[in-house]
Design a protein around this ligand. Structure first.
Ligand code: PMP
Length: 337
């Protein structure tokens, strides 16, 4: 592959790796492979949407030299945007809620972003909320552009153009199922739509959703708080195409976290909680539908477990949040008492 001209040129073309332990232990006969989005330069699938959103904004004249990118985000999208923006000479300002950890703010600052902190305990329409603050900054700062990842069609379009074709090529068209968590819905809508188009509808698309989120809730009474980050929603975003998933599997936090920890300890894959949730959904689906050896299930793992060391991989945090039984099942005995 030689020498890339810029870190932005390293976005995409992430590897697929086969799971050799978890499916077998779950009695799943299908082949289950994971697409490792933490291999992107900013460490997540969000680098893809950042590049395409910025490209489109430049083309449409919404971003001009010296312009600023303003978004209410604390996580992967911020990193992706900051990375692409600094390479193109734009200022980035992220509005984050005060509950966002110092380490997440530090990562964004390390990439050169400016951080504005807004209170967590106010509703979205309150003028102090991080959404309202971001909107005001976008109005007031000359040359400001707000990507709005939840409604920006370039999110799903980036996955249609890159993630989908990469999976089709890497599996030589043998992929039968695609499984992904749903946050903005961009990943599943773009990738899933591409795989359906290219396979004449033969690829089955399965969404993974936290127990409590709207995508898998039968009624509003089924919506409640959950701990897994980056996925699930309380209202439908524009980036999500509800026609794409054939089925949506509901995953409880405990199952998502247990699978996340086992991916690290048994498969050597240090991935985040939404990745564990997607793998848990894939294994449930494969078992339920009795998928066989010829079925090739591709699961998208959005980011790295490094961002969750203080939570999912910390036994005290897990016990404190009611996941003591998960800790007992997934911890190896220590030699030092
Ligand atoms: N996992 C993590 C960790 C994320 O940050 C996101 C994006 N919010 C997702 C999964 C879901 O991806 P998408 O927004 O494309 O549905």
């Amino acid at each position: 592959m030689g020498i890339a001209d810029s870190t932005v040129d390293l976005i995409g073309n992430t590897p697929l790796v086969r799971l050799n332990h978890l499916p077998q232990a779950a009695g799943v006969k299908a082949q289950v492979v994971v697409k490792l989005e933490y291999m992107n330069p900013g460490g997540s699938a969000k680098d893809r949407i950042a590049e395409r959103i910025i490209d489109a904004a430049e083309r449409e004249g919404k971003l001009k030299p010296g312009g600023a990118i303003i978004e209410p985000t604390s996580g992967n999208t911020g990193v992706g945007l900051a990375l692409v923006a600094q390479q193109r000479g734009y200022r980035t300002i992220f509005v984050v809620q005060d509950k966002v950890s110092q380490s997440k703010r530090d990562v964004l600052r390390a990439y050169g972003a400016e951080i504005v902190v807004a209170p967590t305990d106010v509703p979205a329409h309150d003028p102090r909320s991080y959404y309202s603050v971001a909107d005001r900054l976008t109005e007031r700062i000359p040359g400001a552009f707000q990507p709005n990842q939840y409604d920006n069609p370039n999110g799903p379009a980036s996955h249609y153009a890159t993630t989908g074709p990469e999976i089709w090529a890497a599996t030589e068209g043998k992929v039968t199922h695609f499984v992904a968590g749903i946050g903005t819905g961009g990943t599943i809508s773009g990738t899933g739509r591409y795989l359906k188009d290219v396979s004449d509808g033969k690829v089955t698309v399965v969404g993974a959703d936290p127990d409590g989120s709207i995508y898998s809730a039968a009624s509003p009474a089924d919506q409640h708080q959950y701990d897994v980050e980056g996925v699930g929603k309380e209202k439908y975003p524009g980036a999500f195409d509800r026609a794409v998933p054939d089925e949506i599997v509901r995953v409880r936090d405990a199952a998502a976290f247990e699978t996340t920890r086992r991916l690290a300890s048994e498969e050597g894959l240090l991935v985040g909680g939404s990745s564990g949730m997607a793998v848990a959904a894939a294994l449930d689906y494969a078992r339920e539908h009795d998928l066989g050896e010829d079925d090739l299930v591709v699961v998208l793992a959005p980011d790295s477990g490094r961002s969750y060391l203080e939570k999912i991989f910390n036994d005290d945090w897990m016990r404190g949040h009611g996941y003591g039984d998960v800790v007992e099942r997934t911890s190896r005995p220590s030699l030092v008492a």
